[in-house]
Write a protein that binds this ligand. Sequence first.
Ligand SMILES: Nc1ncnc2c1ncn2[C@@H]1O[C@H](COP(=O)(O)OP(=O)(O)O)[C@@H](O)[C@H]1O
Ligand SMILES: [Mg+2]
Length: 219
Amino acid sequence: MSAPLFSVEGLVKRFGERVLLDDARLELEAGSGYVLTGANGTGKTTLLRVIAGLEPAERGRLAFRAQACAVPEYPEAWRREIVYVHQQPYLFRTSIEKNLDYGLARRGMPRAERAARVREALAWAGLADRREVPPHKLSGGETQRAALARAKVLDPTLLLLDEPTANLDGDARRQVLELVTALCIEKHTVVVASHDPEITRLAILNRLYISDRRIEADD
Ligand SMILES: Nc1ncnc2c1ncn2[C@@H]1O[C@H](COP(=O)(O)OP(=O)(O)O)[C@@H](O)[C@H]1O
Ligand SMILES: [Mg+2]
C-alpha cells in the first residue's frame, strides 16, 4: 500500500485540564473523502485546526507527503496546500471577487490567470452575478458558498470543511450540499466535520469519528 497523504501519530491535545485527544492517530489517503463525526465538544474543530496548522498541540507527529514534523512545529509550505474552511467563515469587507483573488495574489499568480480562476470559481459557486457584492450584504448560504469558492480557487491538496451546512436550511443548505458533494468527488482529499445526514450518508465518504479521545475509522 502507498503511504498516506497525511498522517497523525501519537497526537495529544488539551485545553488546560481538558484532554481532547490522547495518543490519537489518523491516516488520510490521497484523493479520498472523509466525514468526521463525534458529539459536540469532542474536538472535531480542534483536530481540523491542528491538521491545518492553526492550533498547536502538546505532543505528536504529523506527516504530509514525505515530510514529517513533531508538533508544535508546522512547516510553512504545508499551509499553501492544506486549507481549512471555518464553520462561520470570515470574509474581508471588500467584495467576494477580491476575497477569492487575495490568496492567489499572495501566491504571486499573474493577474490574467487569477482573473480566469476567480471567474471560474465564482461560476462554480453560483455567485457570478454577486461578485462585486460586499460580504456583509450576503446571506448565510452565500457566505458559505463564497468561502467554499475561496478555498477551491486555491486548488488545495487537502481541504478541511468544518460543518459547512450547520447554520443553513432550505435552498441555502441544498446549494451548499451540492458544492460540498462536488468537492468530495473531485480530486481533492477532503475531510468534512459534519452531522448533516445528507453528508454523513454520502457513500463516497469514509467515516471517521472521535470517541474516547481517539480518532476511530470505519473500514
Ligand atoms: N481556544 C480554546 N480554549 C479553550 N478551550 C477550547 C478552545 N477551543 C475549543 N475549546 C474546547 O475544546 C472542546 C472541543 O472543542 P471543538 O474542537 O470545537 O469541538 P467540536 O468541534 O467537536 O464541537 C470544547 O469543550 C471547547 O470548549
Ligand atoms: Mg466544531
